[in-house]
Design a protein around this ligand. Sequence first.
Ligand code: PFF
Ligand code: NA
Length: 457
Amino acid sequence: MAHAASSKSPQFSSRFAFIFAAVGAAVGLGNVWKFPYAAGENGGAAFVAVYLIGLVLVAAPIFVAEVVIGRRGAASPPEALRRQAVEHGKSKGWRIPGLFGLLAGLFVMSFYSVIAGWTLDYISFGARGMFSSFTAETASQHFDDLKASVPRLLFWQGLFILATLGIVAMGVKKGIERAVTVMTPALGVLLILLVIYALATGDAGRAIEYLFRPDFSKLTPDMALAAVGQAFFTLSVGIGGVMMYGAYLPKGASIFRASGMVVAADTAVALLAGLAVFPIVFANGLDPSGGPGLVFVTLPLAFSTMPGGDILGTLFFFFLFIAALTSAIALYEPVAAWLAERGISRIKGTVIAAFGSWLLGLLNIFSFNLWKDFSPLGFLPGLEGMTFFGLITNGLDKLILPIGALIISWFAGRLLARKAVMAELGVEGGLLFRFWIFSLRWITPVAVAILFLVNLI
Ligand code: PFF
Ligand code: NA
């Protein structure tokens, strides 16, 4: 029985602990670092609009599906999939996509740890009072120097990986719960302050128009796929990380309600980040399509002119670091849990995950310096000029996460018995449930298929 093992698996102490942990896993670099630069690289409001539509129609339903699969399965993602497939008379080969999900998580961590390392570098500079000396030029220079220095990148990436390893090795309650309950709300408060400052002192009008007045003639298949991919990435769905948290969600808690709060919080943080960044971009004549360095150049500029900017800037990057940490936990935890089911100690399992992601991380570090002109798949059309970093980030958003979403939507929408799913959700039908099932059965597969097809052509 699927539920037989649930008494043995660890649990969060309450629904709120789950919500905080899931918000912590969702809110991270994807919101503050990636959302603004992805919007900027893809022309602004049209991207934002497709992202929001994708979020509601596809990514949020997949989030709910992962929680359902995870809590019913009460185990690591591969094991949760296998158990429930067998329970429904299907192949135990269903654990294989779960295993690929674990691997994909290590690929996410491979660049996540590098970018999170940048926040550590900025904390160390902010703490020495450096932000107040920045001009548009020196802020860019500082960022370019950081990217060019292999030792600095290695140092901070390693530190971030060690911090994540430490928390995951300590276990669910002691490590994860404690870390997330304080820091995520604090990041939100600081972000609101930044938005107020950016809107008051920057080019608010242009920023708002840029983010919220879509020009759908700018809509391209590639951009639409990137926007939907961003919706998956930001909610951490498509690779089983949310399943893992679902397995720790107490039985009575409402999955729809908890998921709704996570999606709302995550979306709010992304939009706030956009509103904090773009007024400053336009006021300083920076390039909105400036790429991965966007927030690492614009926000320090805001701190350079703001009263108390050194302190606020340092705090901001500290909270962003914590937000990244609480997301990164969700990348090691499924690997550690799966290995633990195989009799490998939690500490050993976490070390294995950490080492794997560290090694893959080197590909990303070198993408910014030694190999910045090296495109491993540059002979393929459309991939010219892409570094390992470009391939990994784009490959996840535009290929791996959508495929993961397809598999999950099939599993929860078609393979699991409708009765079993309703029992897990605590509903007996209703509009929300019908929309959710419809999304899994039809909207997700059709949308992903169309996006894949038009991009191939
Ligand atoms: N959702 C995280 C963010 O927005 O920063 C990134 C992420 C974490 C993606 C964990 C996937 C994952 F499993
Ligand atoms: Na996010």
